[in-house]
Design a protein around this ligand. Structure first.
Ligand SMILES: [Ca+2]
Ligand SMILES: [Ca+2]
Length: 475
């Protein structure tokens, strides 16, 4: 099963899942992204039950805001924030369930997490300014879309949101695979996208799913395939936009989880609002609402400035942390969240392991495969040939390239309180101690080889360029 992209093709007839992005193409890519956001679903809600017998089917490309007669019934929440539209009287119970789930998500995301609620739409969708949710049995997806989605409408900004804030609406198929027992996560995930529309609908693509997937964890159960796809591609740039070819962007919610535990849990209570703050920081300059400035990296830079770290600094620490997800959990990195089952959270899901390349120590030259992108990594586990080997020597060979500098870290830590160290390769090589080489056990150590950009990344100009590098290890 493929996420979003496959569904997009059927809905819009444009874009191809075969067209893996060669680069982030600025404005053109963002235009394409607008269409992609049609399915910024929780990975696409697939697998609906048969349509209700009281309901005639409607075209899958129906625009709900433009054809309200197809949803003749509606139910609002008590605080008059949104309306859930449904198509036949037998759907009233499902509509009530959706209202209830969205009320819970709305309260939590706006109050506890600090996200902006969707902008009032001045009645441009539905009968009034309330946010509109269309439940659509058989739609087989769920998404948030901006009301003025046409390219000729790009200058139609929401009233009172001159920075480029957009009004939006939601479609959900609550009978489908992503309804039922995970409807709560689906509503939380999609509502989060509506909050993103308030700030910058055209922001760098990956942060939408990164944030919504991070948020949905509060609603009970993270989905394993998200983290599996993320951890399977450590060579990709941390903010890589893969055009919905995999669940990588969703699983990159692990990066926000890391930010929470590494930076935003230093006070007595966790700073729960940092993702919402990040989104407020990427809101564009009001004078130029359609120019992506500040961008995602600007926002991360501002978010991390109080800690004296750049975005690249955080990516290097994160490269170490993500090693400790899954079965490498040592209880000292990712923390369980109060009131939630540990095994339902991204870092602790089955399959959350990084799977390094394995080398038994000998004079070995290994060309890191695949070569990392900028802020991507190679993970290589070195195992001693026998228990007598206590350390090994590391050399790195890479073609001179002004765009990149290489950083090699070794995990896990070998001394009390250390979770690993950065190798000093300035003499041309470094000696690395094994961990666990005692009592007849062969030692092991995992090296993390990261391509770090020498300039600040522009998320609208990121590329999938890869940087070859060769690791040499010797006893
Ligand atoms: Ca409305
Ligand atoms: Ca922006």
């Amino acid at each position: 099963m493929r996420p979003g992209a496959a569904v997009i093709k059927t809905q819009t007839g444009i874009g191809s899942s075969q067209d893996a992005p060669k680069a982030w193409l600025g404005a053109v890519r963002r235009v394409s992204f607008l269409l992609l956001m049609v399915v910024t679903a929780i990975s696409g809600c697939l697998g609906s039950a048969d349509p209700s017998p009281t309901q005639r089917s409607i075209a899958l490309d129906t625009k709900p805001c433009q054809q309200p007669e197809l949803w003749p019934f509606s139910l609002g929440d008590q605080k008059n924030r949104f309306l859930v539209h449904y198509r036949s009287p037998d759907e009233i119970d499902m509509a009530r369930t959706v209202v209830s789930e969205l009320e819970a998500a709305w309260d939590f995301e706006t109050q506890t997490l600090g996200f902006e609620p969707p902008l009032p739409d001045a009645g441009e969708c539905g009968p009034d300014e309330r946010f509109d949710v269309f439940i659509w049995r058989g739609k087989e997806t769920c998404f948030v879309q901006i009301i003025h989605e046409g390219l000729d409408e790009k200058y139609i900004l929401a009233p009172g949101a001159p920075w480029g804030g957009r009004t939006s609406y939601m479609v959900v198929d609550p009978w489908g695979k992503y309804g039922k027992e995970i409807l709560g996560q689906t509503m939380a995930h999609e509502l989060n996208h509506a909050s993103h529309a308030v700030q910058d609908w055209y922001e760098a693509g990956d942060v939408f799913e990164m944030t919504a997937t991070y948020v949905e964890q509060y609603f009970n159960k993270a989905l394993a395939y998200n983290i599996v796809d993320f951890q399977a591609h450590p060579d990709w740039g941390l903010l890589f936009y893969d055009d919905y070819a995999t669940y990588y962007m969703y699983g990159s919610g692990l990066y926000l989880y890391f930010l929470r535990d590494y930076y935003f849990s230093r006070q007595a209570s966790v700073d729960e609002k940092f993702p919402a703050r990040l989104w407020s920081y990427v809101r564009n300059d009001e004078l130029r609402p359609l120019v992506n400035k500040p961008n995602l990296v600007d926002g991360l830079t501002r978010l991390l400035a109080p800690f004296g770290h750049s975005f690249a600094d955080s990516a290097l620490v994160f490269a170490r942390w993500r090693y400790y997800a899954g079965s490498h959990d040592d209880g000292k990195h990712f923390k369980p969240w109060p009131g939630l089952a540990k095994e339902s959270l991204l870092p602790f899901l089955q399959g959350a392991d990084i799977k390094p390349v394995l080398i038994v120590l000998a004079n070995t030259s290994y060309k890191v495969e695949p070569p990392p992108m900028l802020l991507g990594n190679g993970y290589v586990e070195i195992t001693g040939a026998d228990a007598s080997q206590k350390s090994f020597r590391v050399t790195l060979d890479a073609p001179l390239n002004a765009a990149v500098r290489w950083v090699v870290q070794a995990v896990p830590g070998t001394t009390e309180g250390s979770d690993g160290e950065t190798l000093d390769l300035s003499p041309g090589w470094a000696r690395v101690d094994f961990a666990g080489a005692a009592n007849g056990q062969r030692g092991k150590r995992t090296l993390i080889i990261t391509a770090v950009p020498t300039t600040t990344l522009d998320p609208d100009d990121r590329s999938a360029e890869r940087f070859p590098v060769t690791l040499r290890v010797q006893p």
